[in-house]
Design a protein around this ligand. Sequence first.
Ligand SMILES: [Zn+2]
Length: 135
Amino acid sequence: MPESHAKPAAEVEPPTRGSAPTFATALCCIDGRVQGPLADFVRTRFGVDYVDTVTRPGLVGRLDSGVEADLAISIEAHQSQGIVVSGHAGCAGYSGEESAQRDACRAAAARLGELWGEMEIVPVWVALSGAVEPL
Ligand SMILES: [Zn+2]
């Protein structure tokens, strides 16, 4: 029987590594439907213990100096191992069409690459099913 309402692995099992905990960073919407699946994706994608999260409603349409400053804290203070920038289906914070939000997500990843070229930056799309699709 599948477990429902299972907590993310990092909450159930504390990291057991002897060294400092590792982080990656998710940029995403405020929408609570997508944050859990996205955090699971980021944790697996970069093999890290924790996921820092920067949120704005419809974030890929609002990438500004405030978002970049928030992201910088994660990168500098936690030595983030990588960045995932995301858009999602059914977004209340993005006014355009879904195809435009996907384009904005790719553009946001490119913009962040100009600022943090040494980091791996992965644009993704999150379906309301929780499926995460690299763009
Ligand atoms: Zn949204």
